[in-house]
Ligand binder design. Structure first.
Ligand code: GRF
Length: 213
């Protein structure tokens, strides 16, 4: 789905701070990510990310999950909003609602997520604390397609980040976050602009290009 100017359209879904959203906005503004942010959607009206979107003049939408009787009804409404937005790609950026079959069955277009570990290590919540507790020396960031299984979809890009002996979950989170801010716009740009296909669970890009900088 291209705009009149021929640009790809994305939706970004947030529930909180929205620093990845800000990184995506910056990458669009400075041309590293060729796309239009057609929608920023949140399930939490008080999410700071919503303020960042509004400040950037982006279309926003609040879909409060508490307003719906159950997950199925929320997912049906979400699928409807995303379909109406006519986007090429949905990007979860700290969206704290589980995306399950009731959304994926209704919304067949690709959905990306960013996770602060080298999946399949440390899926789920508090991945940074899990890494510190486990004592790994290297963790990282993963951008992957969303499937019904939590944090288990095909991997688009990963980048390693060292864990230092004196790290806490907070210091490690900060180091991971600066990598997230670089990696997510790069991954989105790739998925939108480079032909790719799935071989089993492997995401293969059809030809090589220098990485986005
Ligand atoms: C990030 O660490 C992201 O990897 C995870 O949730 C956090 C969202 O942070 N999925 P922010 O809202 O983008 O600042």
């Amino acid at each position: 789905m291209l705009t009149q100017t021929g640009r790809r359209r994305i939706a970004v879904l947030v529930s909180g701070r929205g620093s990845n959203l800000q990184a995506i906005i910056r990458a669009v503004t400075d041309g590293r990510l060729e796309a239009d942010i057609a929608l920023v959607l949140t399930n939490r009206a008080e999410a700071p990310g919503l303020g960042h979107a509004a400040a950037a003049g982006l279309p926003t939408r609040v879909l409060a999950h508490g307003d719906f009787p159950d997950r199925n009804a929320f997912d049906a409404a979400l699928a409807e909003v995303l379909t109406a937005a006519s986007v090429d790609l949905v990007c979860l950026a700290g969206f704290m609602r589980r995306v399950g079959p009731s959304l994926l069955d209704r919304y067949p277009r690709p959905i990306l997520n960013i996770h602060p570990s080298l999946l399949p290590a440390f899926p789920g919540l508090n991945a940074q604390q899990q890494a510190v507790d486990h004592g790994v020396k290297i963790t990282g960031v993963t951008v992957h397609f969303v499937t019904a299984e939590l944090d288990a979809g095909p991997i688009v890009l990963q980048r390693a980040v060292p864990v230092f002996d004196d790290d806490t979950a907070e210091t490690l989170s900060a180091r991971l976050l600066s990598v997230e801010h670089d990696l997510y716009p790069e991954a989105i740009h790739r998925v939108l602009h480079r032909p790719w296909h799935l071989v089993g669970r492997r995401v293969q890009f059809d030809h090589h290009e220098p990485p986005l900088r």
